[in-house]
Design a protein around this ligand. Structure first.
Ligand SMILES: [Cu+2]
Length: 403
């Protein structure tokens, strides 16, 4: 499905890494599309495209009263790779928590499509596309240690759509290779939310479309409810990140390969400007959730499907099933019910709950069917159990009819 190749351990520093704000500023001044080659040169330390200046940030922090952490209990959450979810409670017990998590900004070469050889130097949180699912309850705090390995080529940060202030934390979390930072934020809104890297300027979509995004689920403290206030619970979570890639091709129409992360910057921006992805895949690669890697469930099992798309609108559909309950916007409003196809606004994560009633293989697709079949946006649920003829029966098998 995907493989890792050692990045080559090119020495980097705060001055010569691919810095989003500097590169974006330089691009704006010169009109040049990209500056991947500048990795080797000293880059002047200015911040022409900063949305949130260092000076303002320091002043705000200096004037602020310390956070009141009384009443919180500290716990660690062990993050796991998609499509799985970390161990969590659906209904919170005890008071609010400070949930400690750690993420590394790993730059890794991934195969996107084994059939064509398409690959990408993915920019990731913890090595996966999407990044890991984080789960907390409304009123909890997330305390993230964000670490950028010394062998990275680029600076990274993180913007949590679930958080409040400082560009979702993006203004406070710029880490260069060999640096780490700690950010704590309070989950005040209940729902599923995207998080993504946002270094500055064109580096924002560059990092996001290289895989650097994921989801936070902030559950209501008393769990999920239907429109009448009845409790809704799930047996499992299927965490699906839809990723649009814009992979450059050479003059022969073959996908280009690159030696280091960031080397594709200029070529990628050329493809990104077309707004036409070469791939739209689930969990990082074509076929990442089919075949041996298909999602699994049983008849009677209730699955919460969390669908993240940080950059583009999409419309998931479970072929042969439904979204019994779909929270398209937040958990603060009642869910939509019995939905055939739901909508994920670009820059959003959506939760859809379904209880399987028939065994078989269900395709879960982006119901732009061109994207599902030609670009890769398809997964499979393999469901075990007893077939129910009351719901569906092949009354007569296909056969030649008499003329
Ligand atoms: Cu990044």
């Amino acid at each position: 499905m995907s493989k890792f190749i050692n990045s080559g351990l090119m020495p980097t520093s705060r001055r010569n890494v691919l810095r989003g704000s500097v590169l974006a500023g330089a691009a704006a001044m010169t009109g040049a599309p990209a500056f991947a080659g500048q990795r080797h040169a000293a880059v002047p330390k200015t911040a022409p495209m900063a949305y949130f200046s260092d000076a303002a940030e320091q002043q705000i922090k200096a004037d602020a009263a310390p956070a009141d952490l009384s009443g919180y209990t500290r716990v660690k959450q062990e993050l796991v790779a998609p499509p799985f979810a970390p161990v969590h409670e659906q209904v919170a017990t005890g008071g609010p928590k400070i949930i400690e998590i750690t993420m590394e900004t790993e730059e890794r070469l991934m195969v996107v499509d084994e059939d064509t050889g398409a690959s990408i130097w993915a920019l990731t949180y913890n090595g996966s596309v999407p990044g890991p699912l984080i789960i907390c309850h409304q009123g909890d705090m997330i305390e993230l240690t964000l670490r950028n390995p010394v062998e990275s080529q680029m600076e990274h940060n993180i913007d949590f759509h679930a958080s409040t202030g400082a560009l979702g934390g993006g203004g406070l979390t710029h880490v260069y290779p060999g640096e780490e930072t700690v950010l704590r934020w309070k989950a005040t809104k209940a729902g599923c939310f995207t998080y993504h890297c946002a270094p500055g300027g064109a580096m924002i979509p560059y990092h996001v479309t290289h895989g650097m995004n994921g989801s936070v689920m902030v559950l209501p403290r008393d769990g999920l409810k239907d429109v009448d206030g009845n409790a809704l619970t799930y047996d499992s979570i299927a965490y699906i990140g839809e990723q649009d890639y814009y992979l450059p091709k050479d003059e022969n129409g073959d996908y280009r390969t690159y030696e280091f992360a960031g080397d594709d910057y200029a070529d990628s921006l050329d493809v990104m400007r077309t707004l036409t992805p070469t791939h739209s895949v689930f969990n990082g690669a074509v076929g990442a959730l089919t075949g041996e890697a298909a999602l699994r469930a049983k008849v009677g099992e209730t699955v919460l499907m969390i669908h993240n798309q940080a950059n583009r609108d999409t419309r998931p559909h479970l072929i042969g099933g439904h979204g019994n309950y779909v929270w398209e916007t937040s958990f603060s409003t009642p869910p939509l019910t019995d939905v055939e196809t739901w909508f994920v606004r670009g820059g959003t994560a959506v939760a859809a709950m379904y209880t399987f009633e028939q065994p078989g293989v269900y395709a879960y697709v982006n119901h732009n069917l061109i994207e599902a079949t030609l670009l890769g946006a398809a997964a499979h649920f393999v469901v075990e159990g007893e077939w129910d003829n009351n719901l569906m029966e092949q009354v007569v098998a296909p056969h030649e009819f008499a003329t």
